[in-house]
Design a protein around this ligand. Structure first.
Ligand code: NAP
Length: 509
């Protein structure tokens, strides 16, 4: 059953880190777009908080050019109306002194707009500040009924929720420490860990593809599927973000957060309904079923790389701001296996990299070969190498679409096979424009819909899954990592070996 979304509750959105990049480039343009299409309740107010001294008017003036540049459509009169809903308070959110003033501003905005006392906190600050700010919010007394909003009559009791940006922790320990800190102030139902990469559209399309059709699901298991590949490739390098990136790397930046979420959606059991708690329950179950990787055989499960130089960019390890002996990966291919009924012996290969041959995010479902190669037996002289098994390729970006690839007979007197495809392209079929995902996600938080926001167990489970590839023991797979793949390639040779070991190959198109 597809649950119908309720309408968003009006609230005061308190954004910590208001003078920052994310707020200007993404959050305010997204809220503007939501206001422009009447999705943002009229009584909602935004209160930005950061240390830079500014008036409400100065913050609005600073944001206007960003909204003009980044919102899908800009219109002066819509902006003028929207801007009156933006307010600003200067001060450090990690400092208890600002909270009496903050409480006063929230109350006055809420009363003035009749937004019902609801508060949506948004942490758009450096992760090192998350815990301190959450603690201050707790001490301030601002979080009252939010702790139990879901168990009582929502209509009459104001709620308080918190949206928290990625990265959510750096490893298992820091993620669970942060979860504990959040849990001391907010119920899990009030915590929204945002991951805008997996936009609403993508997740819902995947769920519909799997569970609104009968032809795929009976085959969606180890009996028919040989393996699954999930790729997120970028053509750009780290550029001026090298110093920041070096503390992170491809596994933390892409695999722990984004690609393991895609894996969970592909691998999970059908949820009872499309309600958030049912979907999240299934994702938690399947993430829990990922087999721990044996640390003495890491090379059988991982291939890591750093890009080599070309005329556009230096080798990663020679980038400005990076220690030249760095072993941080700009490419990672990891194999995961499940210890569960559906996926026993069906590996999932996750791959991501910078400076790759093309920008592409896709899922490849690689089916097994037929039990007997009848055609080959019958026409031994006329058929070439074994054709690839059937594939379903779900392209997430740059275009959304699905391609079903199978074998067809080439017309003529002999029996020659060729791979043919049945293609579905979202943009062609629905003429739909992509929507910036922050807007719909913020509206979801205002509706109390957590479908797109990972549960604490998902976050901790995905950190556990990648931990062996990040710890000291991963030194063995980081040897000889410098410049081990060419720009505009599909990664280091070790990534091919990872699949070839089991007679498989990457699908790159
Ligand atoms: N930018 C992106 O595209 C992006 C994408 C995904 C996730 N994120 C995450 O989003 C968060 C924000 O990123 P960002 O790129 O916007 O960072 P940023 O440009 O550095 O902005 C953070 C802002 O926090 C403010 N700040 C610092 N200390 C503060 C305090 N004690 N109280 C209140 N405000 C404080 C700073 O302004 P003042 O100096 O005025 O206080 C600064 O403008 C980070 O966690 C990041 O990982 C960002």
């Amino acid at each position: 059953m597809l649950t119908m979304p309720g309408s968003p509750d009006p609230c005061v959105i308190v954004i910590f880190g208001a003078s920052g990049d994310l707020v200007a480039r993404k959050l305010i343009p997204a809220l503007y777009e939501m206001a422009a299409c009447n999705a943002l309740p009229e009584q909602t107010r935004v209160l930005g908080v950061s240390r830079t001294e500014m008036t409400d008017e100065a913050w609005r003036e600073r944001l206007q050019p960003w909204v003009k540049e980044h919102a899908a459509r800009f219109d002066e009169s819509t902006w003028a109306r929207f801007a009156t809903r933006l307010h600003y308070l200067s001060g450090s959110a990690a400092d208890a002194d600002i909270y009496p003033g903050l409480t006063e501003r929230i109350t006055s905005l809420s009363n003035g707009a009749k937004s019902g006392g609801n508060i949506l906190f948004y942490l758009s600050v450096a992760p090192s500040l998350y815990e301190a700010i959450v603690e201050r919010i707790g001490e301030s007394g601002l979080v009252t009924e939010g702790r139990k909003w879901c168990s009582i009559d929502r209509d009459n009791v104001p709620w308080q929720r918190i949206v928290i940006e990625k990265p959510f922790g750096h490893d298992v320990e820091s993620a669970s420490r942060l979860n504990l800190a959040l849990g001391r102030v907010f119920e899990e139902d009030a915590i929204y860990r945002i991951d805008h990469y997996l936009g609403k559209e993508i997740v819902q399309s995947l769920l519909v593809f799997r569970f609104a059709n009968t032809i795929f699901e009976p085959l969606w298991n180890h009996r028919y599927i040989d393996h699954v590949q999930i790729t997120a490739a970028e053509t750009l390098g780290v550029g001026h973000r090298a110093a920041y990136y070096d503390g992170v790397g491809a596994i933390r930046d892409m695999i722990q957060s984004h690609l393991l979420q895609v894996l969970a959606l592909v691998a999970m059991e059908p949820p009872t309904t499309f309600a958030a708690h049912h979907i999240r329950q299934e994702k938690i179950k399947v993430i829990d079923a990922i087999e721990p990787t044996p640390i003495d055989r890491l090379h059988e499960f991982a291939a890591l790389g750093q890009y080599a130089p070309d005329e556009h960019e230096p080798a990663y390890h020679l980038s400005d701001g990076v220690p030249h002996d760095t072993t941080t990966e700009t490419f990672a291919a990891l194999a995961f296996r499940f210890d569960n009924w559906r996926w026993a012996d069906t590996p999932f290969y996750l791959r991501t990299g910078k400076r790759m041959a093309s920008k592409r995010t896709q899922i490849v479902i690689q089916f097994k070969q037929p039990p007997v190669q009848l055609i080959r037996h019958l026409h031994q002289l006329e058929v070439g190498p074994t054709p690839p098994g059937n594939q379903i390729v779900i392209e997430i970006a740059p275009r959304g679409g699905v391609s079903l690839r199978f074998q067809g007979k080439v017309p003529g007197s002999g029996v020659r096979l060729d791979t043919v495809a049945m293609d579905f392209d979202y943009a062609d079929r629905f003429q739909a424009e992509p929507i910036e995902s922050y807007g719909p996600l913020l509206i979801d938080a205002m509706r109390g819909d957590q479908t797109l926001f990972p549960h604490r167990y998902e976050v901790e489970g995905t950190w556990r899954a990648v931990a062996p590839f990040l710890g000291e023991e991963s030194a063995t797979i980081r040897r000889a990592i410098h410049a081990n793949y060419e720009p505009a390639s599909w990664g280091p040779a070790a990534a091919d070996v990872l699949l070839q070991r089991n007679g498989r190959t990457w699908v790159n198109g």
